[in-house]
Every structure is written in structure tokens, then in C-alpha cells.
Design a protein around this ligand. Structure first.
Ligand SMILES: O=C(CO)[C@@H](O)[C@H](O)CF
Length: 551
């Protein structure tokens, strides 16, 4: 039997560079968490003046960006904190990471020379201040590229053709439309850029001291990669901007090694010079790895700054909704995903407005209001929504006398507000009903065999109970809500093993015998809701979709 074991005593470091923070998780060879760190951008790097990790550019409709150097400084800070925690960097056999998907970094001409000659006596921040042709990176919350989406879809033969080719129709947040917008509106930036990275490959580039490849999985979030060939699509590249392939560099499988860690980190933090940097990938793909999602009937729900629903599948079935990415830990399979922009920030707004800015009060109100909310349905779009693609706005409807038995003969009204307790329930039920409806329409398992919840709000048992009632499935959680950095550490170990073996190794063969007693173990949090209630929610879901189609 091939040796799938990891050297005892070795450590694996995973990062998650997300919208609001940079997190780190260190796993030992038995996949137990031995160290974690976090830098919250707003509170710990206040000089960048971000709110929720971003800058909303009021001068351009829908433009949302993040300071690139903030991510650099956060990496300095997290590594310094891990050093102060006496983490033995010399034991770290491999590193990998997770980056918010679709975000882009524009490296100025000549920056590869800066990257390859970093001075270990200085922080990264002091040396990269002049490395980027734009100081603020477009990120996944941006919705300013509708025209560019139309251009790219038109050039390839339409939305469905683009979905067949790349795994998704064009989306405003996807990197291809973002690059096209910069090419069109800031041509001098585009011409002075020698490399365009995703957030994932950007952070990997820092670790290897040269431009790291974009991986096949995160690369599928760009509307630029042929998902079957796992290669750049010439027609999509040409529809985006001239000479783009040279600026993107080569793609690579997510499990492959980007390179040995750069000497900068060996000398500054005493990493072992043989420590391997495994390609980074997107945050949701890393969560899929961290949740050890390997059964097609399972569904993950991630409740974070974005809310996502994702699972695995053997085939790529093109659709106009949702996204298909190559599975980062299975070279044959795919990941399917739905994404919502109005996640935790929208829930926080309603907590602040209706529940005294307190989650305790929020949960109380959720518990005190009846399932089905007396037929009250709300759509809460603090930001331009991705699914469905709808502008900022709030819409509320009542179904008079709805008890869940029938929709016949009910009077429905659009109203201007709900009482605070009903508003709290409406924002939770509304998002979950939408997830169930779009997941079923996207061909995801219905009902799911298991739901594994992750992300900040997965620590809220009141919300988990609503998931169980609306989907009719048992809801599981993992030890910690930040499954993306956990998944990145797991992928670091996986990449290390594949590298030693010299070929791909199914990730499950690495952890199957250790799962039970490791930090990867999923535990039942809430049992499935009662079947009658699940079918009543199906009626309310049907009505919600009818209203959604009128917005
Ligand atoms: O746009 C998304 C996925 O398509 C979001 O989940 C981002 O990855 C969040 F960082």
C-alpha cells in the first residue's frame, strides 16, 4: 500500500486572505489544529480606512475595491504573531492558502525583480509599495462591469456559450470583465502591468518570491479559462483585452507545488528551506476541501461576508445561474456553487436596526417568531445582489392568512415595513428559501443527504435550526467556522504528499483513517426539521420565487 502518511512532527500552514481579515491555521500530521492567528483589516490596520475590508467608491456606480498593500501588511503581521507565539516554523513542511475569489492584483512592469530580491531585514510592506500599477484591487463585491460582461458574452456567442466554455456566464465580479474595464478605462495601467494575479496567486507569489500560477479552480472564476481543457480560452482572452495571456502566465493544478518557500521567509522567520508552497486557490474551494466534502449528496452552506452553497459533482452541467469550478482536490471532478453578496453585512444591518445591535437579541427574536413568519417575505439587498442579479433595495410582501397548507385564494400585498421581530425572521428565512430554490433549480441534491454549515454565522445555532427546518436535512458543523484556512492547511499537506509521490493522490486516502479524532471531523449540530414544516416551507419558497421574478 502506498505510503499516504505524513512525517510525524511535521506541520502544515494554511492562510485565508478574505474580504475582512487574513487568517492562519496550522495543522499537525494528524490534522489537529495546533495554532491559529487572525488580522482583522478594519480594526487592526485602520490606516487603510476600510469598512468591512473594502472601499466603496462613490464616484463609480457599484465599484468596490480593497487596498492591495493592506493584504501585504496583514501577511507581515500574521507571520510576526505566529513567530511571537513560538511556532516552530522549521517544522512547517508545506504552506497553502485561500483567497477571496475573483479579486485581482496588477503588478507593475519590473516587479518580478522586486519580488525575487526581498530584503529579509525588512517587512514586505516596506519593499512592495511601488510594485503595483493600481493601488486598489477590484474585488468580488464590485458590480461596475456590466458592459464588459455583455462584450465578453457577445464575443463568445452568448451567456450559455460562455457558461459551457468557462463554467459560468459572465458576472460583474469575475476577473475577466474586471480586467476589460481597466483596459478600457485606464489603458496606461493595463500597459504598465506585467502580471495580473488573483488574490490567491498574489499571496502565493509573495511566498515563493516570483509570480505564482493561477490554479485551475480559482482560474475558473475569471470567465477566461476553458473549463474542459483547463487552459486559457483564446476566444475569451481576445474578447477581454489584447496581450492578456502573457500577463496571466501559465495555469496550474491547485494541488501542485508553486515552488519552495522564498529565502526571504527562511531568513526572516526560520522556515525550513525545503518548505513547499502549494498553489493557493479560492476561499470557497478551500472550504470544500476543509469540510472534507467528498459525497455528491452533501451540500455545504457558508455564511460569511458572502453566503455560498456548494457541493461536488462528476460532470460539468452548464447553467445560466451558479458556477462550476474544477474540484481543487479531485482532478476529475467539479465543484458547483451558488453565491450571494448580501450575507453577513446585510444580516448585521438588520441586527443593528431591529435587534439593538446584539446577536443575543437577534436570536431571541428569531426564536420568538413563528416558522413561516406568518407569510411575510423579504428581499434585503444592501449591495447589488448576485443571485438574482438585482440592484440595491428592500422589498417586503405579506401573504395574508398563510398557514402553510395552501397558497390558494391568499391576498398578497407589498408593504413598506415589518415589525422588527418579523424583519429578523424574514432576512434569515428569505436567504435560506432562496438558497433552497436556486439549489434545486441548479440541480444540487434536494434534499441534501447532509448539510455542512461553515462561516461566521454557522456558530449561531438559531440560524442552523432554520437551515434544518427549511432544507429538511441534518446540519453538521466543523470544530471552527473558518474552514477556508483549515482547508488550505489540509491542501498544503495534500500537495506535499502528491509532490512526494510524483503524481496526484486522492485527498481522502490521506485523512480517512484520522478523520474521527481530528479537527476535520464534522459533528451533528441540528437534526432535520419536521417533514410537514419542510413541505410548508416549499410552498413559501414557491411564492418567494414568484415575487423574485417580478423584481
Ligand atoms: O464571489 C464569491 C464566490 O464566487 C465570494 O464567495 C468570494 O469568494 C468571497 F470572498
Amino acid at each position: 500500500m502506498a505510503d499516504h502518511s505524513l512525517p510525524q512532527g511535521s506541520l502544515f500552514l494554511g492562510f485565508d486572505s478574505s474580504t475582512q481579515s487574513l487568517k492562519a491555521t496550522v495543522l499537525d500530521a494528524n490534522f489537529n489544529i495546533v495554532a491559529t492567528e487572525i488580522v482583522n483589516f478594519d480594526s487592526e490596520l485602520p490606516h487603510y480606512k476600510t469598512k468591512d475590508g473594502v472601499h466603496r467608491d462613490q464616484s463609480v456606480n457599484g465599484r468596490i475595491v480593497s487596498p492591495t498593500l493592506m493584504w501585504v501588511e496583514a501577511l507581515d503581521l500574521v507571520l510576526d504573531r505566529l513567530k511571537k507565539s513560538n511556532l516552530n516554523f522549521g517544522k512547517i513542511a508545506a504552506i497553502s492558502g485561500s483567497g477571496q475569489q475573483h479579486g485581482s492584483v496588477f503588478w507593475k512592469n519590473g516587479s518580478d525583480a522586486i519580488l525575487s530580491s526581498l530584503d529579509p531585514k525588512k517587512p514586505l510592506l516596506d519593499q512592495l509599495g511601488n510594485a503595483f500599477s493600481i493601488k486598489e484591487s477590484p474585488i468580488w463585491m464590485d458590480s461596475s462591469t456590466t458592459e464588459q460582461c455583455k462584450d465578453i458574452e457577445k464575443a463568445v456567442g452568448g451567456a450559455m456559450e460562455l457558461s459551457k466554455l468557462t463554467g459560468s456566464r459572465a458576472h460583474e465580479r469575475f476577473t475577466g470583465p474586471q480586467i476589460r474595464r481597466i483596459y478600457q478605462t485606464q489603458p496606461e495601467v493595463y500597459s504598465s502591468t506585467e502580471r495580473i494575479s488573483l488574490v490567491s496567486s498574489f499571496m502565493a507569489s509573495l511566498l515563493v518570491g516570483s509570480y505564482a500560477s493561477i490554479d485551475h479552480t480559482d482560474g475558473a472564476g475569471m470567465n477566461l479559462m476553458d473549463i474542459k481543457q483547463r487552459a486559457w480560452s483564446k476566444i475569451a482572452l481576445e474578447a477581454t483585452a489584447p496581450g492578456l495571456e502573457a500577463k496571466l502566465g501559465k495555469l496550474a493544478p491547485a494541488h501542485s507545488v508553486a515552488g519552495p518557500i522564498a529565502s526571504y521567509f527562511v531568513e526572516r522567520y526560520n522556515f525550513d528551506k525545503n518548505c513547499l508552497a502549494v498553489h493557493w486557490s479560492g476561499d470557497n474551494p478551500n472550504s470544500l476541501a476543509g469540510l472534507t466534502l467528498n459525497t455528491p449528496g452533501d451540500l455545504a452552506i457558508s455564511l460569511g461576508t458572502s453566503d455560498t452553497v456548494f457541493g461536488i459533482t462528476a460532470e460539468h452541467n452548464p447553467s445560466l445561474e451558479g458556477h462550476v469550478f474544477p474540484n481543487p482536490v479531485d482532478t476529475e471532478g467539479y465543484m458547483v456553487m451558488l453565491c450571494y453578496k448580501n450575507g453577513s453585512l446585510t444580516r448585521e444591518d438588520i441586527r443593528n436596526r431591529c435587534a439593538d445591535k446584539s446577536w443575543e437579541v437577534f436570536n431571541k427574536l428569531l426564536q420568538l417568531t413563528p416558522p413561516l413568519n406568518g407569510g411575510k417575505l423579504g428581499f434585503y439587498y444592501k449591495d447589488h445582489e448576485i443571485l438574482p442579479p438585482l440592484p440595491v433595495g428592500i422589498h417586503r410582501y405579506t401573504l395574508d392568512g398563510f398557514k402553510g397548507n395552501s397558497l390558494e385564494g391568499l391576498k398578497e400585498h407589498e408593504v413598506s415595513d415589518f415589525d422588527p421581530p418579523s424583519e429578523v425572521r424574514a432576512v434569515i428565512e428569505g436567504q435560506l428559501l432562496s438558497m433552497r430554490a436556486h439549489a434545486e433549480r441548479f440541480g444540487m441534491p434536494s434534499p441534501p443527504k447532509r448539510i455542512i454549515a461553515t462561516g461566521g454565522a454557522s456558530a449561531n445555532n438559531s440560524i442552523l435550526s432554520e437551515i434544518a427546518s427549511i432544507f429538511g436535512s441534518n446540519v453538521y458543523t466543523v470544530q471552527r467556522p473558518d474552514s477556508a484556512s483549515l482547508g488550505a492547511a489540509l491542501r498544503a499537506a495534500h500537495g506535499w504528499l502528491c509532490n512526494r509521490k510524483g503524481s496526484f493522490l486522492p485527498i481522502s486516502s490521506m485523512y480517512m483513517d484520522k478523520l474521527e479524532n481530528s479537527s476535520l471531523n464534522c459533528k451533528l449540530a441540528v437534526a432535520a426539521g419536521d417533514k410537514e414544516l419542510v413541505s410548508k416551507y416549499a410552498l413559501l419558497m414557491k411564492k418567494r420565487m414568484e415575487f423574485e421574478n417580478t423584481l
